[in-house]
Design a protein around this ligand. Structure first.
Ligand code: PMP
Length: 420
């Protein structure tokens, strides 16, 4: 297939007529498909229905129906500690959302400071590094707190370390968000070198924290999945134990928004977090924790459960990627990722075209993630990145949506090329 940039004006015009015709046919189908958010499908949620059959309420003598146990059930802490290869003392169980854990941590840093340092809200200027494309909800947090966001380019092996090392010389730079495994939206798993580089950072700000959002730590689409080096093994080598605050949850394992979350951090950070927790609440939802413990049983059972998720998800990812390959390969109008796990495919269309693609898709009944949302302040400087979330629609729906998307990508590219 000829690249669009090599086509003559006449060839482009003829191709556009064909594409417009296909596009109009789609419009007549009155589609109503949503590829905007990384929601599990009902079939995936069905995999965890057994959770509702748990009527147990005792865990090692602890009556889970009652108050108490802010740290979370010991057995669940052990479970996460084993899964994430960390020490159980460094794990706390949170509520149903890891986003809440991150938000609460930022609130704590804003209001009380990090390990005795000046609360960030008392400083005149606080900045955060944001690898982008990245997760829009991280960016929304920072915007909410009035923290300035600095975009760090995402490379194929993770965020650009040279850029990070330069920015952290500024002591106003207080932290950074990372999604180290099957990153949202690029699907990147950080290489060993990047993990080691992050662990070795020496920021000017002593209260600099990497918020390490390990949302997709067991979310492989096929085996063997990507291997992520354990940053907690690396940190002590650089006397950097306190640098990282990791969170994870079972939102994409059991029920989205009704799972359990956990936070992993150094002894110092855990003590700091616990100080706040004891003021904030009397208890966590231990009944839900116990349900999850009984449901998971052990790590091999959890892994088998994740394979069932993969059996549902993989054909959806394949369907989108096959369609993009079939329709767009060789035309030099787009690049896309082929992740080994996680919830997203990241599509980069010709610069200046992403918004137009979003509009065209919307008009024909397919909703994509808000264009620009993968960058701080919702502004993609290249207007190029589109996050595709294939988990929720059926394969049939995705087949249509991916074809429509490919048509829109080409129409937008021709419109752009015809501007000159
Ligand atoms: N972090 C990332 C990177 C995510 O992609 C998501 C879900 N889209 C979340 C966190 C949400 O996690 P939770 O449901 O535990 O709040």
């Amino acid at each position: 297939m000829k690249a669009f940039i090599e086509m003559t004006k006449e060839e482009l015009a003829a191709t556009k007529i064909e594409l417009d015709q296909k596009y109009n046919e789609f419009k007549q189908q009155h589609l109503n498909l949503d590829m905007s958010r990384g929601k599990p499908s009902s079939k995936q949620l069905d995999l965890s229905m057994e959770l509702l059959n748990c009527h147990e309420y005792l865990s090692n003598g602890v009556d889970c129906r009652n108050y108490g146990g802010l740290e979370g059930l010991m057995d669940l802490r052990k479970f996460f500690a084993e899964l994430l290869s960390v020490n159980v003392d460094n794990v706390l169980i949170g509520g149903t959302s890891s986003l809440t854990l991150m938000f609460d941590y930022l609130t704590q840093a804003m209001l009380s400071g990090v390990l005795g340092n000046t609360p960030w809200s008392k400083l005149d200027h606080v900045k955060f590094l944001c690898p982008a494309p990245g997760y829009d909800r991280h960016f929304a947090f920072l915007e909410y707190f009035g923290i300035e966001m600095i975009t760090v380019p995402m490379n194929e092996d993770g965020p650009d370390l040279d850029v990070i090392r330069e920015y952290i010389k500024d002591d106003h730079v207080k932290g950074m968000f990372c999604v180290p495994k099957y990153s949202n939206p690029t699907g990147t798993t950080y290489s060993d070198e990047i993990v080691k580089g992050l662990a070795a950072l020496k920021p000017a700000a002593k209260d600099f924290r990497i918020i390490y959002d390990n949302a997709y730590y067991v979310h492989d689409l096929s085996q063997p999945g990507d291997q992520l080096l354990n940053i907690f093994d690396e940190l002590p080598k650089y006397n950097n134990e306190d640098l990282v605050i990791m969170v994870a949850s079972t939102s994409k394992i059991t029920f989205a928004g009704s799972g359990v979350s956990c936070i992993v951090a150094s002894d110092n950070n855990i003590a700091d977090i616990k100080k706040r927790l004891t003021i904030q609440s009397i208890s966590q939802d231990k009944m839900n924790q116990l349900r999850h413990l009984v449901f998971f049983k052990d790590i091999p059972t959890l892994k088998k459960h994740m394979q069932k998720h993969a059996e549902i998800l993989k054909p959806k990812f394949d369907c989108v990627i096959d369609s993009l390959t079939k329709e767009l390969a060789g035309k030099e109008v787009a690049k896309w990722t082929t992740p080994n796990g996680g919830y997203f495919i990241s599509l980069d269309v010709m610069p200046g075209c992403a918004k137009r693609v979003g509009e065209l898709c919307k008009e024909a009944g397919v909703t994509l993630t808000t264009i620009g949302a993968t960058f701080p302040y919702g502004k993609d400087p290249q207007d190029s990145n589109i996050r595709i979330a294939p988990s929720y629609p059926s394969v049939d729906e995705l087949t249509k949506a991916a074809l429509l998307l490919s048509i829109c990508v080409q129409i937008a590219a021709i419109e752009k090329l015809s501007e000159n």
